[in-house]
Design a protein. Structure first.
Lengths: 99, 227
């Protein structure tokens, strides 16, 4: 398969994730859509790594996975803290920082 | 060659279908399951790209560990179903923005005229993405980023514990400080949390979610005045 197929597929997944981040209101689903976007980036990194014949892109993909795991842990911690304080689980109602 | 193409299109359909499922399904629990399917399809794509170690790590770390964390939190919060349509300017323009982004990216990729994009890529040695090769790179050339990543994980773990611990000892959250609709389903959707009916959506009763020592203040139910 040509590398261009993988890159276009990564573009598709990234855009689906971006649409989800912008439209969904449940912060859990927003985090899931962020995962989609990070995974699209991973796919493009690995595809380009295959294209150039260089393993370093795969190391970048691993580091992206670590960062994604950290983001998930902090995001889910925030959501649990919101739930404990009986705040609405809805990004549209978290307006305290919007100025 | 033909088998590779069939595998690619099956995996690509799975990946796009899983991604659409994450965005379009209303129950967060089903969204998580759709993301698991998406991740498995993506691992297959990584295998097609000779990235064996990344595929294995994707399955074990992502589809295994991270998704279990998601399922735990969805089960703890309760599946708050929310309406699909976004609200506000950002929510309404979101799909338009994503479509424009897709068109732009596709034009950039297909029209870039990168000759190498239309090939199978460089010739690679055997064991291109094997754990041995990746581990050698991680521990020799990328040692500093590797250690930084481990430190980042440590910081994230400590931060999550601080964020999600019980608020004992901190200033008591005052019921007056909380918004009216605290802990309820999003506006415009009746009875979001499972088991919550109309007017009954007051969150978990105190003393059940957190055990007996739940420090969060008890919200008194509003009883209607007898006529």
């Amino acid at each position: 398969m040509d590398v261009v197929w993988f890159v276009v597929l990564a573009a598709f997944i990234f855009c689906i994730g971006a649409a989800g981040v912008l439209t969904r209101r449940n912060p859990l689903v927003v985090l899931l859509c962020l995962e989609l976007m990070l995974n699209a980036g991973n796919l493009a990194l690995v595809a380009f790594s295959r294209m150039v014949g260089n393993r370093e892109g795969q190391v970048f993909a691993l580091i992206v996975m670590v960062v994604a795991a950290c983001e998930v842990v902090i995001g889910l911690g925030l959501i649990v803290a919101m739930y404990r304080r009986r705040l609405a689980i809805d990004v549209d109602e978290m307006r305290e920082l919007s100025g | 060659m033909l088998l590779e193409q069939i595998l690619f299109f099956v995996a690509a359909a799975g990946a796009i279908g899983g991604a659409l499922g994450v965005v379009l399904l209303r129950n967060p629990f089903f969204s998580v399951l759709a993301l698991v399917a998406h991740l498995v399809a993506l691992a297959l794509l990584f295998l097609l790209l000779n990235a064996e170690f990344i595929a294995a790590a994707q399955l074990v770390v992502y589809a295994g560990a991270v998704m279990v964390l998601y399922v735990f939190v969805v089960a703890y919060i309760g599946g708050v179903e929310d309406p699909l349509g976004g609200t506000g300017l950002v929510g309404r323009l979101g799909p338009v923005f994503a479509g424009a982004l897709l068109a732009e990216l596709t034009i950039a990729v297909v029209g870039s005229g990168l000759d190498a994009l239309n090939t199978r890529g460089a010739d690679i040695p055997a064991g291109f993405g094997s754990p041995g090769a990746i581990g050698k790179l991680l521990l020799e050339k990328f040692l500093i980023p590797f250690e930084a990543a481990s430190f980042l994980l440590l910081v994230a773990a400590v931060g999550a514990i601080v964020l999600a611990r019980r608020r004992r000892g901190l200033e008591e959250a005052d019921a007056d400080d909380m918004p009216d609709r605290a802990g309820r389903a999003p506006i415009g959707y009746p009875g979001g949390r499972a088991g919550a009916g109309e007017g009954d959506d007051e969150g978990p009763p105190p003393g059940t979610a957190e055990g007996l020592g739940d420090p969060t203040p008890v919200r008194e139910p509003v009883t209607p005045e007898p006529a």
